[in-house]
Design a protein around this ligand. Structure first.
Ligand SMILES: *Cc1c(COP(=O)(O)O)cnc(C)c1O
Length: 390
């Protein structure tokens, strides 16, 4: 297996950077960098049949993954998650083609494992010894696990009201936990103030987490036999998933594995923290910082996203939309997904089903459209959201 990684390119000013040294955002304009590959060569040398012998994890896509030497891969078996038919939930709405992509089965219980397997592997290849992250919870847990496996020193910065399990995870993996009186953006600020040259893998400021998350899009394409669904409904925090999947679709088209048809990319946020929805509705290219962000779904309690301009552009280019759901709608959806489909979803994942119902009511989506709900994590990390038996 060979990676066809060539360089990093700025998504805003198109300046190129070497992929052979540690790099975060664009030095010229401060925006997000994308990993680029020699897709002409990939097209020439890589065939779908090569996938047949490879295990179902994120590294089966090695040709378009950023690690050059496979000995640097730090893997816990992330990716290869099931695409479940949601027949019972679908029938309630006469929807025949509703699916759940269940990311709760990943190592550390969320899709953050994909991004951090990629980022930690590439950091290891580039010789990083100390690694740090601001996180709403799950990213810290994932970095702690992968960082331990890579024998790195790990610092995680998270809000002091992060769900207890995610703090416990950081502790058991022996990361240094820094609790912050504030949200993920303040955690990032504190990291930058206290950093002693630690490598900061903040989402989309570090270019390779998105490469790990793009594998969700690659898997969807493969699981749907290379014809993408009509809609993807995704809980949006930093937006790495949306940005990564869209990049995956572009790369797959360039290597000739899919055609130009794209799903509507639908971004779901909480009523108490909806910067992307607000910017989408007002026609803005960038989102404003959301004050006093509040929701029971920690992964989408993200008041500002560096990739806001990319998320908004993808939603618009795909003919998608952005909408909010309330905490009580999320709560109801957790129970419905569990008792109808057997999926104990994270609140962020449940938000996508709550949103799906609204999209049908408003006729933004039709019941016959093939739609995928992304359950981005397991509900078992936030047990307090469900009642004990009385
Ligand atoms: C981080 C997180 C999200 C938000 O993901 P982005 O790709 O950064 O938008 C959603 N759900 C869960 C469970 C998360 O941990």
């Amino acid at each position: 297996m060979k990676s066809y990684l060539t360089h990093l390119e700025c998504t805003n000013c198109n300046q190129n950077f070497s992929a052979d040294q540690v790099q975060t955002i664009c030095c010229a304009c401060g925006k997000v960098l994308f990993a680029r590959y020699d897709l002409e060569k990939v097209k020439q040398y890589w065939q779908k049949s090569h996938l047949l012998q490879r295990p179902h994890n994120i590294w089966r896509w090695f040709e378009i993954m950023p690690v050059l030497d496979s000995k640097h891969v730090v893997s816990l078996g992330e990716g290869g998650t099931p695409l479940l038919r949601a027949q019972a939930l679908g029938e309630k709405h006469r929807a025949e083609q509703l699916y759940i992509k269940d990311e709760g089965l990943n190592p550390t219980g969320s899709f953050k494992a994909r991004g951090l397997s990629a980022a930690v592997s590439k950091a290891k290849e580039l010789g990083v010894k100390t690694i740090a992250i601001p996180s709403a919870g799950n990213a810290a847990a994932a970095l702690s696990a992968y960082g331990s496996r890579a024998k790195m020193e790990i610092h995680v910065f998270m809000p002091n009201d992060t769900p207890a399990m995610m703090m416990r995870e950081a502790t058991v993996y022996d990361a240094t936990l820094h609790l912050v009186d504030g949200l993920i953006n303040q955690a990032g600020q504190q990291l930058r103030e206290s950093s002693e040259n630690w490598f900061d893998v903040s989402t989309l400021k570090e270019p390779y987490r998105a490469e790990g998350k793009k594998t969700m899009g690659l898997e969807l394409a493969e699981q749907f036999d290379w014809v993408l669904p009509d809609a993807i409904i995704y809980p949006t925090g930093g937006g790495t998933g949306i940005v990564g999947m869209w990049k995956a679709f572009e790369e797959l088209e360039q290597i000739g594995w899919i055609d130009g048809q794209r799903p509507k990319m639908i971004s779901v946020q909480a009523e108490g923290c909806a910067p992307i929805v607000q910017a989408f509705e007002s026609g803005a290219d960038h989102a404003e910082l959301w004050p006093d962000a509040q929701t029971i779904a920690p992964g989408i309690r993200v008041p500002a996203a560096i990739a806001d301009y990319l998320i908004l552009q993808i939603i618009r280019d795909s003919n998608g939309t952005a909408l909010t759901v309330s905490d009580s709608e999320i709560h109801t959806a957790i129970y419905e997904m569990a008792n109808q489909e057997g999926v104990f979803a994270a609140p962020e994942g449940a938000a996508t089903y709550a949103a799906y119902k609204k999209l049908l009511t408003s006729k933004t989506l039709q019941p016959e459209e093939k739609a995928v709900l992304f359950n981005t994590g397991t509900g078992m990390k936030t047990p307090d959201l469900v009642a004990l038996p009385s």
